[in-house]
Design a binder for this molecule. Sequence first.
Ligand SMILES: Nc1ncnc2c1ncn2[C@@H]1O[C@H](COP(=O)(O)OP(=O)(O)OP(=O)(O)O)[C@@H](O)[C@H]1O
Ligand SMILES: [Mg+2]
Length: 478
Amino acid sequence: MMKAIGLNHSFESAVADIVDNSLDAGARKVLIRFIRDSASLRSICIVDDGHGMDDKTIDRAMTVGGDRNYDEDDLGHFGIGLKAASLGQARKLTVVSRAANQPAVGRRWLIDAASKGFECDVVGSGFATSLLDRDWRHLTPSSGTIVLWTEVKSFAAIADAKALDRFIDSYLTKLRHHLGLVYHRLLAAKKVEIAVDVEDVAAGEVGLPFSVDPIDPFGYIRSCRGDYPKVLRSTWRDRPIELNCCIWPGRSNHANFKLSGEKAEPFQGFFIYRNGRLLQRGSWNGAVLPERELQLARVAIDIDDTQSALFTMNAEKTRVEASSEFGAVVQSATDGKTTFLQYLDHARSAYRDSQKRKRERPKVRRPGKGFAEAVRSAIDDEYEFLPGEALDVRWVDLGDDTFFELDREDSLIRLNRRYRSAIIGGRDSSLNDAPLVKALIYLLAEESFHGAFLGAKRKDNLAMWQSILTAAARAESK
Ligand SMILES: Nc1ncnc2c1ncn2[C@@H]1O[C@H](COP(=O)(O)OP(=O)(O)OP(=O)(O)O)[C@@H](O)[C@H]1O
Ligand SMILES: [Mg+2]
């Protein structure tokens, strides 16, 4: 059993299982550090500044299925996460920990020893203390816990430094994405800060930390339909259940929509949360058949342990199994006007409309440098793009007081730098500043970048806009 547990975890879901424990221990900061030498990965450390463990607690922590009393807002549930997640990924698991005003303690499991008997090693207090007192930069675990994985299985066969670089990069990216999604509510609410970094012991260097940023699967700029999101209510055994029904804008390229994939279609359906942590990213749980036309439909549900006869999570906490009663719960959900089935129809027709409307619109030049990501993504949601160079926008000294200048040859909209500080107000200037003004000028001027010449009508329009906008810009900077 010890060899089998944890094998269903991916690397990133295994790390999340460890981070769950840190959150349950009240950690405000968590660091995941990859420790490498020139050509191999030595270990992975997950460090937290939670309340830590004493000698007795750490023994229970290392016990498979070790029981404790859970608070209702705890993420832990089964009593196996730490062992299963770790030994699925690494052949050696070391845990060191320190509770307030207690000596540091440590334990170690070796997968080979563990599969012969339930004995784990005691790690000396000196070693535990020195590990906790290392300079972790992102946090100082005066009380806290470090989970250390050595002999990480997926890194075992790497032959050279270049391959290791690529491997670490791709693991970091996947990990930040996964944690950003799973904990997006907790990260956005600033309940915890998570960072990831790489230490090269051969070079004696620690790289810059990357923060884990929230990825909100419901984070669209505006819904396809003004009347959404809607909360549809239902009951299960006289207890209320809320379905928070959303419809994404069609054809979005937003990372919040596509999540880790190329397409958003697999991420339709129920997003199930427990204590603010995302368990399931889409799936209709058998209540509805997935279909292409439902890809804009996402429904958030918050569950708790009083509903354990309706929802069971898998041991990896990546999926939720719904019981056969769930279909009826979903079918009867309503807000008094809209039923769940009508919601599905609204999502389908929103999808069909978005396909149609977007195709019927004239194609535009892709917005390039100088536009804020949110602006680029919103334009991308609405239009199809012409082939060819992107259209950039840049602040430049124009020599006179005109507001803008179009450079058709370089695909560039120049804005007069003398108005910049007036327009961005007190904020810092940056490449992608002034998103609103830039979006407006894009909408106005983009068409002038089509075709080989500017006709008389378009030239006249440009002259008119120039005089009005220049007057407005002068007034803005008074
Ligand atoms: N980082 C940590 N800080 C403090 N205590 C910890 C930490 N990690 C684990 N523990 C203790 O070890 C116990 C066992 O952890 P484990 O992840 O194996 O099970 P669990 O969290 O109780 O349940 P689940 O299997 O659902 O994760 C926890 O209940 C907690 O008491
Ligand atoms: Mg756990």
